[in-house]
Design a protein around this ligand. Structure first.
Ligand SMILES: [Fe+2]
Length: 334
């Protein structure tokens, strides 16, 4: 059972309780700014691992596994990439406790049994119950170091998790409770962004959306977004929302899925089409760009889609529909 920590005193006690003599700390460059967190680690034997990139590579994660060999605790401080790299190290070092300290509010990785890594540019989705972090530490103060673009992209990632989980074929009453709560909270915070953005509430909401996808998995939005990030370098949440702003309306027009009405209710809308419009409106109000794509890009994108994740989408999509959808997503429709 995962335990949530909300104070540095609690984190210190937690580390002490694991009896860790040596800790592998997986983190990015912002770590030097997290002084309060660093004080907690004073006097402990820490091995720092920073050798990973935004779309973490499997060979880098293997290096983390090697560095983990004589450690007895892993501390992951960062966004999805740091946490996923640490999750891989945990999978390869059975029994070792993992403490996740998210510094973005969006990936939800601290709540899930999934890790996304890349091998030769190909996405590997790792799913294993053993990699769910044992402890999660929430400090909303860490979010102030996040650049504006990443704050918005992360929030859109969390909103995409809540949406996709809601309409996933694997949704359960429990996952819907999580996605409903996350979706209404995130909609409120993004509808009047930045005035309404509250880091503490966004951390909780993105964690709740993570709990939802941990049960239901993500769907077409995520299956279709990875290659957009690969080609255009847009942040993951930006790419996922770019897809979902089209997929949401497409589902409203092409399915009578009852979940769409529940989604509208969670978003404070009268109808599903109004809710789809609200999602698209949030995307444009946050000033998220749509990259310029060529026909060759559309072809590469359509050929890249992960059929596994598409299976979770409530409507079966043909290859021709995927091409059409990508044209709409990237605004290349004549
Ligand atoms: Fe995501």
């Amino acid at each position: 059972m995962q335990e949530i920590l909300r104070s540095y005193g609690g984190l210190r006690d937690c580390i002490n309780s694991t009896g860790a003599g040596k800790i592998l700390c997986v983190h990015g460059r912002s770590f030097e700014k997290f002084t309060e967190l660093q004080h907690v680690l004073d006097g402990l034997s820490i091995i720092h691992f920073t050798g990973f990139t935004p779309n973490p590579k499997i060979e880098d994660a293997e290096e983390a596994v090697r560095m983990c060999a004589d450690c007895d605790c892993i501390l992951a401080v960062g966004g999805g990439s740091a946490i996923d790299t640490a999750k891989y190290a945990k999978m390869k070092s059975p029994g070792i406790p993992l403490i996740a300290v998210p510094t973005t509010a969006g990936s939800g990785s601290e709540a899930t049994r999934f890790a996304v890594l890349y091998e030769d540019g190909r996405k590997l989705s790792i799913t294993d119950d053993s990699i769910i972090p044992d402890y999660v530490m929430f400090d909303p103060g860490l979010l102030k170091y996040l650049p504006e673009y990443h704050r918005k992209s992360s929030a859109l990632d969390a909103m995409s998790h809540a949406l996709e989980s809601f309409w996933s074929v694997n949704a359960t009453p429990e996952s819907r409770r999580y996605s409903r709560s996350a979706l209404s909270e995130i909609t409120r915070m993004l509808d009047a962004y930045p005035a309404s953005y509250d880091p503490a509430r966004m951390l909780e909401a993105s964690y709740t959306a993570g709990k939802a996808i941990n049960i239901s998995q993500t769907t077409a939005g995520h299956a279709m977004c990875y290659k957009i990030t690969g080609i255009f370098g847009t942040a993951h949440g930006h790419s996922a929302a770019m897809c979902n702003r089209v997929l949401f309306r497409w589902l409203c027009e092409n399915s009578g899925l009852p979940a769409l009405d529940d989604i509208a209710g969670a978003m404070g809308c009268e109808s599903k089409l109004e809710a789809a419009g609200k999602f698209a409106g949030i995307f444009s109000r946050l000033d998220m760009e749509i990259p310029k794509a060529t026909d060759a890009d559309i072809e590469a994108l359509a050929g890249s889609v992960n059929p596994e994740r598409l299976k979770n989408f409530p409507v079966r999509l043909s290859e021709a529909q995927i091409v059409e959808l990508y044209r709409e997503i990237l605004d290349t429709k004549e």
